[in-house]
Design a protein around this ligand. Sequence first.
Ligand code: FAD
Ligand code: ZN
Length: 483
Amino acid sequence: MGAPDTTGHGTRHSSLLQDLEAITGTGHVLTGEGLEAYERDWRRRWHGRALAVVRPADAQQVCRIVQACAQAGVSLVPQGGHTGLVGGGTPDETGTQIVLSLQRLNRVREIDADNLTMTVEAGCVLQSVQAAAADRGLLFPLSLAAEGSCTIGGNLASNAGGTQVLRYGNARELCLGLEVVTAEGELLQGLSGLRKDNTGYDLRDLYIGSEGTLGVITAATLKLVPQPAAVMTALAGCSSPAQAVRLLRLARTQLGATLTGFELMNAFSRELVARHLPQIAQPLCTAQQVPAWSVLLEQSDEQGPQQAQQRLEALLAQALDEGVIDDAVVAKNLAESRGLWHLREAIPLAQAEEGLNIKHDISIPVSRIPMFIAETDAALKQAHPGCRLVNFGHLGDGNLHYNVQAPHGVGSQDFLHAHEAAINALVYDAVQRHQGSISAEHGIGRLKRDELVQRKDPVALALMKRLKAALDPRGTLNPGRVV
Ligand code: FAD
Ligand code: ZN
């Protein structure tokens, strides 16, 4: 525990903290100063204060911690890599919530190459899961820019998407079984590696995407696929979102299931990367001009590299011929391919360097995206002259990160304070008109909880509340998030 109880909540809490330390062993119940990594989120948007941070070593310890906290009526905030973007894993400001860090549950329990599955603990960092699969010649295809620090438990709790959803699906589609500690502290043993199992309600799907509000994920059995024989990456420049959608249709026809990534970036996203991360290469740009829109395509082929390259080059040649794109470059080797991905994945960091912005993680049917962008860009620019739009995302999935940055020279805090509510209303109204979703992949957390009430089907919302009450009757698991 280290420091005395500085939270001011007296002996009831200090006796709970002693009980927790008896469960975890010395040094794994942290209090006092130096907890910023657990108390402040990646975006620096949420600053909480924890009663303590508890770091169990295994699922049995998690059960006992959950039981002790339930009995004491103290709420728990499950936390993995703390890279979530909606405030779900950050404790609130009251100093009464305990952060339950799953980071020490980081073992790979099993890889079954014949069954194409692996079983890993919740605190395994995504990149280490990918690496363990690759060591056996297999691919775990979940991939996102935070993969060096996010955990598989957090990925599943938020049903993360990322850059390969087009081909392999969200975290949900990549999970066959879960081990979960319920809100009552029981261990639900559901680590099945079965692709077919119709034995009643699907509890696994209930916990995936529940953002730590229904149970604590302690381990998961994940789907693997064989490593592709060749991965090819290209960057294309085009004049409009409508042209990018035409390119997507062409790529789907020509590349079929080998198309694994299709990412869109507007010029301002690339300008931000150039400004804040000038070491990153910027293909297709001149000193004077950045393409209005850029598309990053990835193809993962079961055939060899030569065939893959030919198919990709043929696609781009046809697109150029038909005037769908203005220019394109194919990565010649792994380093160039990584460079292209680096450019795309650096956008969140570059926009954070530019200052706080108003984020919208939205999805819309692909066919409606050009119309959505045209209408919403125009409406925002009219209502907030000079506002700057950082628009990038997973076009292949109909998922945009449609973010609004303060006009040049205007403080981002002041801009957010004055205009965030109005801008959210404008953007989410447009999303709803185009039959989209206000959260494509980041979840609801605390950020969008009130928005959800406004926008979700009331029957769905009522059922969600009933589920929460049934599975967490004391309301001690991640209260105030989602519902
Ligand atoms: P945390 O942030 O720790 O937690 C996220 C939520 O899950 C919280 O509500 C928390 O309470 C809960 N939780 C965590 N672990 C558990 C557990 N074991 N059991 C129950 N509940 C738990 N997301 C995408 O979907 N696609 C992207 O492309 C993407 N790119 C990103 C890029 C960057 C640079 C960053 C910073 C984030 C990005 N994200 C993206 C956000 C994404 O949600 C997270 O990166 C990741 O999925 C969260 O994992 P984590 O371990 O950090 O979870
Ligand atoms: Zn994303």
